[in-house]
Design a protein around this ligand. Structure first.
Ligand SMILES: *Cc1c(COP(=O)(O)O)cnc(C)c1O
Length: 388
């Protein structure tokens, strides 16, 4: 048979989580009770009021047709009104909001829509692996924007060389952050918008964990920075805040020329999302977010339990104000991959080695708090055995 597979696919590193899933299956087949703290998806169910709307809307034949390319008007208006109420940001639902089939899709297609082969993209390191993969697919050049603990995982633009700064066309940021769980105040975005404007770079902020925050902390939007719309867009998703990962529904907001370019590209690819899913997501965004606050409280309790237990074992984690993650220092004498392998092989616990998120993740691993407190007790018990 001919070799049909393109170079771009051949040269793609395997998507980390499919690899972890294979390992997990193999261990389970051997009878190991594997605890998976690897995958960054909430374990809680989608709130009932959301799927009630899905079921109701799915019964209308008019909703079985194609959605408008750029998305359903009601959903886009719900996004705009969420931004107004939650952030005090005005958006034109016709030109500054676009429905996405999940933000992973939107991120990869955004890169296709703005990057020519050879163009430079600045990506947070450590960061969500899809940015680097998307740049690879577009033939672009991914340059790491180093984030480190000493600087609370806030970008250090001075760490870039002058030629990297000059070559950059697109910059990704993500707060609250996957994988570090770092959060920022608006001043970080003011600085980012300033850096982007000075260097003529498009700023794309990924706000996947915008509502999963603890206590009084409120995560800002990049669009709260005056004139941010000139140079910035922001991605949002229902996946994490409403436990809707499988539904595939998100949005992008901000600069209208970029939104238009992405809409044009996407109209040739996916023809948007199933209308009842968009209508159910609209109901979620229009809600009082009580369910998100309840879920965040659950994640916070899990985080504190594990954070305190790790501290007792002499392990150091970054104490987060949001997300569903703990970012933990690897004990002395181990690499990230070596320690993650040890946890899996000896304890049947899956965590994600920091290097899965870029070279800057070396020395750390990520725990996803997506299991019950009872299972976390079991994790703690097993880890104490390892320590003792
Ligand atoms: C989970 C996640 C996404 C993807 O969300 P979907 O809308 O489900 O595609 C995007 N960015 C980050 C940082 C994430 O952790």
């Amino acid at each position: 048979m001919n070799d049909f597979v393109s170079d771009v696919v051949k040269n793609m590193p395997a998507y980390l989580f499919s690899e972890l899933n294979r390992k997990k299956k193999a261990l389970q087949e051997k009878g190991v009770d594997v605890i998976d703290l690897g995958i960054g998806a909430p374990d809680l169910p989608t709130p009932e009021f959301i799927y009630d709307v899905l079921v109701k809307e799915a019964k209308h034949p008019a909703n079985h047709r194609y959605s408008p390319y750029s998305g359903n008007q009601e959903f886009k208006e719900a996004v705009a009104s969420f931004y107004k109420k939650h952030y005090g940001v005005e958006l034109d639902s016709n030109t500054e909001v676009l429905t996405l089939v999940g933000t992973k899709e939107g991120i990869v297609n955004l890169i296709q829509a703005v990057i020519n082969p050879g163009d430079t993209v600045l990506i947070p390191d450590p960061g969500y692996p899809v940015y680097r993969m998307g740049v690879h697919l577009a033939g672009g050049d991914a340059v790491s924007l180093p984030l480190d603990k000493q600087n609370s995982y806030v970008p250090q633009y001075d760490a870039l060389t002058k030629s990297e700064r000059e070559a950059a066309k697109l910059l990704f940021l993500n707060y609250p952050s996957n994988p570090t769980a770092a959060t920022v105040e608006l001043s970080t975005f003011t600085e980012a918008v300033d850096f982007a404007a000075k260097n003529n770079i498009l700023l794309a902020h990924d706000a996947a964990y915008d509502l999963i925050t603890f206590d009084t902390y409120k995560s800002p939007s990049v669009l709260q920075v005056p004139n941010a719309k000139d140079i910035a867009i922001e991605f949002g998703t229902l996946s994490k805040s409403y436990n809707m990962t499988g539904w595939r529904i998100g949005y992008v907001v901000g600069n209208k020329e970029i939104i238009q370019a992405l809409a044009t590209l996407k109209s040739n690819i996916d023809t948007s999302q199933f209308l009842p899913i968009q209508l159910a997501a609209a109901a979620a965004l229009q809600s009082d977010h009580r369910t998100v606050r309840e879920n965040s409280a659950i994640f916070k309790k899990r985080m504190e339990k594990l954070y305190n237990a790790l501290a007792e074992m002499g392990m150091t984690a970054y104490k987060p104000k949001g997300t569903i993650f703990l970012w933990v220092d690897v004990p002395d004498g181990f690499t990230s991959a070596g320690f993650a392998d040890k946890l899996l092989d000896e304890l049947g616990i899956i965590v994600t080695p920091g290097t899965a998120f870029g070279p800057g993740g070396e020395g750390h691993f990520r725990i996803s708090l997506s299991v019950s407190e009872e299972r976390l007790d079991e994790v703690i018990k097993r880890m104490k055995n390892l320590a003792g």
